[in-house]
Design a protein around this ligand. Sequence first.
Ligand SMILES: *Cc1c(COP(=O)(O)O)cnc(C)c1O
Length: 432
Amino acid sequence: MVNTSIKTTKSEEIFAAAQKLMPGGVSSPVRAFKSVGGQPIVFDRVKGAYVWDVDGNQYIDYVGTWGPAICGHAHPDVIAALKEALEKGTSFGAPCALENVLAEMVIAAVPSIEMVRFVNSGTEACMAVLRLMRAFTKREKVIKFEGCYHGHADMFLVKAGSGVATLGLPDSPGVPKSATSSTLTAPYNDLEAVKELFEANPGEIAGVILEPVVGNAGFITPDAGFLEGLRELTQEHEALLVFDEVMTGFRIAYGGAQEKFGVTPDLTTLGKIIGGGLPVGAYGGRSDIMSMVAPSGPMYQAGTLSGNPLAMTAGIETLKLLQKPGTYEYLDKITKQLANGLLEIAKETNHAACGGQISAMFGMFFAPGSVHNYEDAKRADTKKFGLFHRGMLERGIYLAPSQFEAGFTSFAHTEEDIQKTLAAARDVMSNL
Ligand SMILES: *Cc1c(COP(=O)(O)O)cnc(C)c1O
């Protein structure tokens, strides 16, 4: 193998110092590269499809700050609008006309959303939606799926995906039993299991929450009929269906997975893309349910920085860019080239692999067969993925540092970037 080892001295110095200052040296666990081994690189700046580390190395980025950067990093339109908004101040803590603009765009785009509340993160959106599910139905139990991640609130840290899966934690200490005792879990794509839970808990289940396309246990798509079946079951039991589209919203399609699959939930959570790289989250849905939220109704939920003008501005500009004709066709085209290319290379180099892509989201597991749920995903060869990840990094390709995360493209990625990525993958897989 050619010696492609890159110089990362400064990254190593900074990360060593960070480990004395912050737990694990990071502000969010997966960033520490624990599951792929080796040291994380420390970013200096980002632009378009690329990131640069503090040692000056350039990478093609498929993490996109975990989803928000679908227009590419630091898009000039977003930056220009932010500069203008910045001059007017960073936070109002009072009504701001920009909230109306983003709310109108979100409502027009997402089929289930008639009214929306802005918060500061996906975690917050999911916490609030859970409270709302319970407040509206006057029931306490909720069903979530193994490997789905809905942020780090206590009630959701049961068989959760993302960092929880990456680190192999079944659960987290510090979460009281009482917090999760009303959280029921089922395997993803298993309608029968959901049916059984409804039958075993008659009149007690507030609703079902899921990632309509999973990105936090690796990339897993819903089997034909799964989303439709959940819609029927929840209606039959007068429970709510909630799509957590924090990741899939404006990525799987402009109107999210619900537009793509034609299944309309009662409530939806959003985040990531709608903040254009600034901290944001949102939850919305049917007006009769959303009217329960304070001050219109009795369900309390608030936020000092919620709806702040910078996040609203970045979100508005990002959605405007996504509305341009051809955007999603382009995203689908390049992401398909990438995902299919990776699978072909794996086959040619005799590595068992499976995966796929929808729109600007993709994934590949080093596992035979196909992956329909978290149990299947766990069969993947994470050691091999770690070596693949490191090899790609050394060739200037930045992939999510875990087998259990989806990959993201942006419309700043060119076909040339994809070809370079595939050439690197061929080189790495031939030597694995
Ligand atoms: C990222 C994510 C969250 C959590 O959002 P944060 O902004 O990280 O709190 C929740 N649900 C899904 C599906 C996500 O991908």
